[in-house]
Design a protein around this ligand. Sequence first.
Ligand SMILES: C[S@@+](CC[C@H](N)C(=O)[O-])C[C@H]1O[C@@H](n2cnc3c(N)ncnc32)[C@H](O)[C@@H]1O
Length: 273
Amino acid sequence: MVARDPHRFVNELDEAALERLAARLESRAQDKVFARLLDKYVTRLALPPLARVLEVGCGTGAVLRSLVRRSDFTGKALGVDQCGHFIDAANTFAQAEGVGDRLTFQVGDAHCLDFPPATFDVVIAHTLISHVTEPLAVLGEMARLVRPGGTVVVFDGDYASLTYAYPDHGFGHRMDVALASSTFNNPRIMRDLPRLLPELGLRLETAWGEAVVEIGSASFFRSFAETYVPYVKKAGLLPAQAVEAWHNEQRQAMENGTFFAACNYYTYIARRV
Ligand SMILES: C[S@@+](CC[C@H](N)C(=O)[O-])C[C@H]1O[C@@H](n2cnc3c(N)ncnc32)[C@H](O)[C@@H]1O
């Protein structure tokens, strides 16, 4: 068996698996720590009221819903995702939250989109680049679609830094690696952006990193483990019983207040030259 990033191969998943991933995207968007990371870069974008905004790999639309709820942004935004199931969900959520008139969602492949060059003022990839087949091609497409002087934002985790505490350090490390490699096609890609962005005509304006850390209790990493441990088992990278024991230990630690997990996240804001 081989590891297959579920978001990369999302169109091969069954309905139940899609529902679980959609639920994870929505619960993650509610998470206070994660919401703060999004807010931090959106605040710095200083969006003109009528900015044309594109999010590639928009999933269920949680990022764009959050964007159009801001009082300092009155424009409209477009979200594109390869998964029709997520696009349907994005439309339903946007209507239900009363922002359907400001958001459009459509199916598309971020490697090759059907818009003319320089169509958008801002192009965002929020936890997309770690999943795609060819990160350089997707970044190149983002650079093509943003107007000269416009802004590209790439936000994602450095999943080589993902770690859960586990009493057996050796197995804990193997499990960290298995979780990253069965869930992310490009777990280390965020380290490459300072080199890749200039090659694509994108001048790095600012970048920063933050650790998402949960000690004692868990919400972000609870849902992460519930969603992605099944993919570690499916990939067959480690013995299924040992993976189950690891997961039980994590659940126990969450109950006991002895939990620890962390992962670094990075934001790059670049300007099209
Ligand atoms: C982790 S989710 C992020 C969703 C959304 N940006 C958010 O933060 O809620 C990654 C998304 O990327 C999408 N995706 C992966 N590869 C893609 C591609 N080549 N083109 C378009 N979407 C893609 C998946 O379908 C999934 O919805």
